[in-house]
Ligand binder design. Structure first.
Ligand code: SF4
Length: 195
């Protein structure tokens, strides 16, 4: 039987496949347009995300919204998910076994969104989806393939908050992204962008 969002959400909500289930307040499934042409993938929920059940809220979320606005997008035009759906304690990186346990949900989400392109936010997603040896400082902004889709990684908004000196590099990544959106996306209208 074909997968559906309803089925996936109901099954995922009950997930206890890794130890993060024991410490979560809310499972953070995803947000945005479920048939978006552009899919953003972060690493895992932080404190505010865990409390509110939505990815990228709080200061990192505000910065992501600004990054989207720079290229004429907003959350209603993209879909946003994380590699793991439950918060790692004290905001540590998700561990390999947790990412592996959560991968089937991620793969089903990717299949249902069926995006034209994927953007990894930060090195955890890039290592999981592009190359286990991915070096974000060297390889951000370059296009790779994920199956038959273009995929790139840029800095996670939290990293840009910690180190604003990386923002000009992220800005260049966004220019690359906008170019690719214009090349491969058919339904995504960009608002007047400032880039
Ligand atoms: S992080 Fe993923 S695999 Fe682990 S309990 Fe949450 S939904 Fe399940």
């Amino acid at each position: 039987m074909a997968d559906t969002w309803e089925k996936l959400k109901a099954e995922c909500a009950a997930c206890a496949a890794c130890p993060l289930a024991q410490t979560r307040t809310n499972l953070v499934f995803g947000v945005g347009r479920e048939d978006a042409e552009i899919l953003f993938i972060g690493e895992g929920p932080g404190e505010q995300e865990d409390l509110q059940g939505e990815p990228f809220v709080g200061p990192a979320g505000k910065l992501l919204d600004t990054m989207l606005a720079i290229i004429g997008l907003d959350r209603s035009k993209v879909y946003i998910i994380n590699m793991v759906k439950c918060r790692p304690p004290r905001n540590r990186d998700p561990q390999e076994d947790e990412i592996a346990a959560c991968a089937p949900w991620l793969q089903r989400q990717i299949a249902l969104v069926d995006p034209k392109l994927i953007v990894c936010l930060g090195r955890v997603a890039a290592k999981g989806l592009i190359d286990p040896e991915f070096r974000i400082t060297r390889q951000h902004g370059q296009w790779y393939r994920c199956g038959d889709r273009p995929i790139m990684a840029t800095y996670h908004p939290s990293a840009l908050l910690r180190d604003p000196s990386k923002r000009p590099e992220a800005f260049m990544d966004l220019r690359e992204l906008r170019k690719e959106i214009r090349a491969v996306c058919e339904r995504t209208e960009l608002y007047d962008d400032t880039l």
